[in-house]
Design a protein around this ligand. Sequence first.
Ligand code: ATP
Ligand code: PRP
Length: 212
Amino acid sequence: MSELTVAIAKGRILDSFRILWEGSIGHWPIPNTSRQLWFPPTEQSPGMLIARARDIATLVALGVADVGVVGLDVLREYPTPDVLEVADLAISQCRVVIAGTHTDWPQGPVRIATKYPRIAGSFLNQHQIAGELVSLSGSLELAPVLGLASYIIDIVDTGRTLQEHDLFEVSTIMASSARLIANPAHFYTKPEVQEFRDRMVCIRKGEPYANC
Ligand code: ATP
Ligand code: PRP
């Protein structure tokens, strides 16, 4: 796999990609306690680099990495035209939702806290909701508790964080999961890139690695 470089979003995506990798391919090249961000290719694994989620598409578009692993929510919030979405890895599954202190749709002018201003803005436009967006980078559920906003647009998985803040889902805006993205030129000219995509799709389907 020495001709290939994979850029992986740090955090949950890295954790779930690691589980997928270890359960199929086997040897994971990144030691648990390492602070290193770049792992050169070896016989058993491609080169791997770890970066912030919103930078993965840029690294792939510029060809620093051949492929990247990042959430669809991030790809939609920070669109980068120069990458191809080549596979749904079906890991890190979650939804972007609008939630509030009750299940009613927003009526009249409302304040909505979000870490997804672009996704939120197009949702408000689409539904002609007069919302004022407040951009926060995390701990969104605090906003209604503190009276900062009556709604939030954020990620939900189990629903536990909403529940523990007495918040209710109003509507799902989009489903998200980790996607494999590729540099278009590399995808069409480096056979290893398509081979890697095919192998990841095969693994995702639960096929034994020997068959992939
Ligand atoms: P950053 O630290 O770059 O701001 P983040 O805090 O959103 O990003 P993570 O929490 O690791 O980073 O989430 C990474 C990705 O995992 C998200 O973009 C989303 O696709 C998915 N995700 C986020 N929260 C959950 C969750 N609770 N359950 C499952 N997937 C999630
Ligand atoms: C994410 C998301 C929600 C929570 C949802 O937060 O922003 O707060 O997970 O998961 P659940 O439905 O399973 O409870 P994260 O832990 O990434 O922290 P953050 O507030 O820093 O984004």
